[in-house]
Design a protein around this ligand. Sequence first.
Ligand SMILES: Cc1ncc(COP(=O)(O)O)c(C=O)c1O
Length: 434
Amino acid sequence: MTNMAKEYIAKTRKSKALHKRAKKVLPAGVSYAIRFFEPYPFYTVKARGSRLYDVDGNVYVDYWLGHTALILGHSPPEIVRVVREQLEKGTHYGTSHELEIQLAEQVAKMVSSAEMTRFTNSGTEANMYATRLARAFTGRNRIAKFEGGWHGGYDALHIGVKPPFNILESAGLTDGTVQDTILLPFNDLEGVVRKLTGEHVASVVIEPVLGAGGGVPVERQFLKGLREYCTAKDILLIFDEVITGFRLAPGGAQQYYNVTPDVTVLGKVLGGGFPVGAFCASKEIMSRVDHIVHKRPKYSFHGGTFAANPITMAAGLATLKLLEIGTLITRLNEMGESVREQLRATFIENQCDVQVTGEGSLFNLHFTKQPVRNARDAWAADRGRLIDYGLNLIANGVFILPGHNAALCARHSKVDIEKLISATRDYARTMPDR
Ligand SMILES: Cc1ncc(COP(=O)(O)O)c(C=O)c1O
C-alpha cells in the first residue's frame, strides 16, 4: 500500500466503516461503478459551493461536480430558492404544466438545433430515444458511434467505450442489440468514410469533447467534415451534449464549434442539479414523437413517469437563465485555459511526461509522452499513475474522481485553483520514475 493510501485511510475511518456496511446491500458498495475508487470512496454528508464535506470531517475542493453537472457549484442560492418555492407547489405532477414549456422555450432560444424538445430523466434515456427517433425518421436500422464515446448504458450504444473495443462493455448485451452499431475512429474523417462506405446508417452520434474517453476535444476540421458527410448521405448527425451542453457555450458545443447537428442530446447542466436528460431537433424530425401526427408504425415513442418533473424544470430554467448571457461561461472557459496551462507547466517543471486535455471548463490528464487525439491514445497512457495522482489529490483535500474528467464551476475561487496546482506540484515533485 502506498503512503498516500495509508494517509487516506487514516483520514477516512468512518467512510471505511460505511463502505463495509454498503457492500452488504449495494454491489461494490456503490450505486455506480465509476464512483468506486481504491481503497474505498469517502462518504459525503454535505456539499456547498465548490466544497464537498465527508463523514469524517474532511473538506474537498470538488472538481468532479456531480459528474460535471454542477456548473453553478453545489446548492447555489438562486437555485435553492426556486426549488424551495416549487417544493411548496408540488414535487411531481404527472400532468402537463407551464414550466416544461418554459424550459423547452429556453432550450430553443439557446441551442440552435433545438426547435423542439422532449425531457427525460437521464442522458442514457435521452440517447436511447434519440437513437430510436433517428431510426424512425430515416427508416434505417444501423447506427454509428465513436470509439471511446460514452452515451450511457443503453444497449445499442454500450459498445466501444474502452479498449479493447471489440469486447462487449457489459454482460447481458445480446448480439441483436449491438449488431447494428458501427464503431468509428475519432478525429479521423478518412477512417469514418471507410467504415461507413456501403452502409446505410440512420445516425452518427458524437460527443464533441470525449468525456469518459479522456476529455479529448474534437478537431474543428474533422467535425466540419463529418457534418458535410452526414448531410451528403442523409444521415442524422447527433451531438451528445450531455457534458458540453450549456458548458462550452450558452448554445453548447454546436455554438462553440459552429457546426449544427440534426439532433442534440442534453443532460447534466440542464437539470440545475436534479436528474435530467433531453433530446431535441427540428420540428420536422421531432414530429415523429408526436402521436397525434404520426400513428404506428411511423410514431416514435417517448415518455416516462418523471419526465419533465417540475422540480427539475424549475431548477433547470433558473440555471439556463443565469448561463444565457454567456459571461459566466466565458469566465469559466478562460479559467479552464489557465488551469490546463498551469497543470502543463507544473509537470514540465518537474520533467514529468503528461498530456493535459480538455476544452472550455473541462480538463483531464494523461501520463504519457504521446499526444492524445482519441480514446485509444488516452487509454494507452499510464492509468495506474492517473489513479495514484487522483488519490494523492484526495488525500490533500482536492477531489477529482480518480481517472475521470474534471470541471470548473462558478464557485471555484483563486484559492481553490491554487490548491489544485500546489497539490499537483507536490505530486509531480515526488513522482517516482519520471
Ligand atoms: C456524454 C454523455 N452522454 C450520456 C451520458 C449518460 O448520462 P446519464 O448518466 O445521465 O444517464 C453521460 C454521463 O456521464 C455522458 O457523459
